[in-house]
Design a protein around this ligand. Sequence first.
Ligand code: NAD
Length: 485
Amino acid sequence: MKLYKNYINGKWIESNSKKTFLSLDPSNERPLGKFQQSNEKDVDLAVESAKNAFKEWSETPAPKRGEILFEISRLLKKNKQRLGRLVTTEMGKVLKEGLGDVQEAIDIFEYMAGEGRRLFGNTTPSELKNKFCMTVRKPLGIVSLITPWNFPIAIPAWKLAPALVCGNTIVFKPSSDTPLCAIELVKILENAGIPKGVVNLVTGTGDIVGRRMVTHPEIRAISFTGNKGTGEFIAKNAGIKKVGLELGGKNPIVVMDDANLDLVIDGIVWGAFGTTGQRCTAASRVIVHKKIKKKFENELLKRVRKLRLGNGLKKSTDVGPLINKAAIEKVHKYTEIGKKEGKLLCGGEIIKGKGFFYKPTIFTDVSPKAKIAREEIFGPSLSIISVNNLNEAIDVANDIEYGLSSSIYTENIANAFKFIEKVEAGITYVNSSTIGAEVHLPFGGVKGTGNGTREAGIEGIHEFSETKTIYIDYSGKLQKAQGID
Ligand code: NAD
């Protein structure tokens, strides 16, 4: 079986630990390779390498850094089919979504490459004569990027592209469920001409590698995407490092009695069962108006019963496997809870045999207070809650700890605007599902979903840079602000 290595200081090297772990194809449990089970020493080496590379990289003109990002985007495009198939093989999502994962990376590198010729600061008048004021953006230093498995190319790319164009150097740890995608992405960066030491990849556990990347004194910032518990650990242990947290969701779709039902069903099937429900923005709650509940459920059931499970590389597959055995057990645990909390409409079964397959599951008559309606299941499990009106729908939508994505289906513009205004979420869709972010818009959530940072768009630049304020006094005398004589 092929042995894959860490990438430190421009070289592919083995861990000091001499230990390895396997990554599996979740559709058949076949191992895809052996990967380095790294330790603290490996992280320290990666930090040292990033430190040595920082001066030259941060002094490289941003448009030149942008040129390398354009080349990364071009190489990703050239390798899109190969990488898309790899995403499907290692993570499980169906091929068209695997290709979409790579497309997001192509897009973000292209967008951030252009930022190399912008990285705008501001100019503003001084309160004094003959004085000029401006701001510029500066890199942070060495940054830790810690990523999950559900978008194994896109999420690392969302962090790498802005971090690089801003002039930071990087220690990157992917999830141990998808290390091969990360390695192939880093190879593209290497081939595009990222200088040695600028990007360092260390594979291994969150407990050892991740923890060291959070507590290492030379790290200036951490960008993390993953679950809320891990995010809380990072927030507690990062000290005064700048921390960006993109955490979980329990995203609602509100269906009003005036909604276009065909559109609704398309959106819910895509939002709840696309990526096998393993998106932070997956629709896991439908809040439906009582008047149309019965009809809506019948239509939804007809469609969901037709979904075909299987290996995501097969054209006929609609829903791929879950990521691993623990995920199957977690989803099934919630099914057992849900049977006591609501009425099981379909699914609720583990598929026997090789691979981590779970039947698309729907519960109805679920109380907003039920566990299955409040906790992130992160699988193909949907709860239907019925309400009497829009105000009640908004209250239910907001009555959870998370606040990532949200959606409303209605033909009434007043309903739409009221929802946009009142729903507590970082992202709101009208007449579309809860998923479908575009890279030139900010992405992130409120409440328990994060700590206020946003990724992508111009806000991605803010995450990975800081502001320097500059005053130039050309009056030739000492001028004092605040009117001091
Ligand atoms: P996870 O928190 O278990 O792992 C994420 C990463 O953190 C992995 O690389 C892991 O090894 C590492 N890690 C674990 N413990 C650590 C520690 N103590 N210190 C440092 N690093 C540590 O999450 P996951 O299961 O890989 O991903 C699923 C979660 O990610 C879901 O909750 C999902 O909603 C969330 N997610 C959020 C977004 C978003 O943008 N808001 C996007 C995708 C996924």
